[in-house]
Design a protein around this ligand. Structure first.
Ligand code: C2E
Ligand code: MG
Ligand code: MG
Ligand code: MG
Length: 292
């Protein structure tokens, strides 16, 4: 069997090992070339006000369109890009493109929207990030508050002291900052209080079961209350149903994002959404009317 044979026979017993190493190498070299070959593009997912349904933010979500791999989603390549040292360049491209696109939307008359961009761990720690952001804003004649940067709670909690420093530096540029996937990163309350951010994005795992009478409703309610007590905004991710939407509005969540409103959209579809839906007025739920 494999144990009794020498390393020279490995090939016989693991015929797929060489192949899988080769396919990994191929995937990596494809990723290395993706930026230059203009294979990345951004989709945009609207965040709407819970009070009246107006779109106030569009989150940029990267996609990789490859001739043979097809459409590759970020969960399959962002971490790899980090480990290959490619994330600074890809990340800068995302920031630049999102700002450019927002400038186009502004020129089309959508004055109220901003864009949000996701940052990876390495990007947050990169001392060149301020320069990248500043230049992107300048190039598109935008101000800091037109751009929001999302950092996951687990990344922030890897080194909270350092994160506070980095967030403070970014905040000086006037950009908005939010904690992504809030509730999944084991934040201590002490740090949450001092992280210089503007908003929490409640992770979609809590939103999913909000209507099922379980503990997730309590978690959502508590998170919304905590954000409010800290003077922060709260965005619910992954809102897929009308019931979830109504529940979150009743709980006083500020912003809503999810398939119920729109999936991540290519630019043309996002423009269409802004045109047709940005003034779609949500009726206040009865509970809300009573507390207003
Ligand atoms: P995220 O920032 O938490 O983004 C939300 C993810 O949930 C997106 O997946 C989005 O398509 C998905 N989503 C939105 N609404 C719903 C919903 O109602 N139901 C369900 N089931 N899913 C929903 P996506 O686009 O595959 O992105 C995955 C993650 O990849 C993002 O999570 C973000 O952490 C990362 N990512 C995306 N774009 C970038 C980027 O440009 N740079 C970096 N560093 N990370 C990115
Ligand atoms: Mg995000
Ligand atoms: Mg998220
Ligand atoms: Mg996520």
């Amino acid at each position: 069997d494999a144990k009794s044979s020498g390393p020279g026979n490995l090939r016989v017993f693991h015929p797929s090992l060489k192949e899988s190493i080769q396919s990994r190498i191929d995937f990596e070299s494809a990723l290395k070339e993706a930026l230059e070959k203009k294979q990345f593009f951004l989709c945009y997912q609207p965040q709407v006000l819970a009070s009246d349904g107006r779109t106030v933010c569009l989150e940029a979500l990267i996609r990789w369109q490859h001739p043979t791999y097809g459409l590759v989603m970020p969960d399959r390549f962002i971490q790899l890009a980090e480990s290959m040292g490619l994330i600074a360049l890809i990340g800068a491209w995302v920031i630049d493109s999102a700002c450019e696109q927002l400038a186009r939307w502004r020129a089309m008359g959508f004055e109220e929207v901003r864009v949000a961009v996701n940052l990876s761990a390495q990007q947050l720690l990169d001392p060149d990030l301020e320069e990248t952001v500043t230049r992107a804003l300048e190039r598109s004649s935008l101000s800091g508050s037109d751009l929001e940067l999302e950092i996951t709670e687990s990344v922030l909690m890897q080194d909270p002291e350092r994160s506070i420093e980095r967030l403070s530096a970014l905040r000086k540029l006037g950009v908005r900052l939010s904690i992504d996937d809030f509730g999944t990163g084991y934040s201590s309350l002490g740090y949450l209080r001092v992280l210089p951010v503007h908003a929490f994005k409640l992770d979609r795992s809590f939103v999913r079961d909000i209507g099922n009478g379980g503990k997730d409703l309590e978690i959502c309610a508590t998170s919304i209350g905590l954000a409010k007590n800290l003077g922060l905004e709260i965005v619910a991710e992954g809102v897929e149903t009308e019931a979830q939407m109504q529940q979150l509005r009743t709980l006083g969540c500020h912003l809503l994002q999810g398939y119920f409103f729109a999936k991540p959209l290519i630019v043309e579809a996002a423009s269409h959404f802004l045109t047709s839906c940005s003034h779609k007025v949500l009726m206040p739920p009865e509970e809300m009317q009573m507390t207003l």
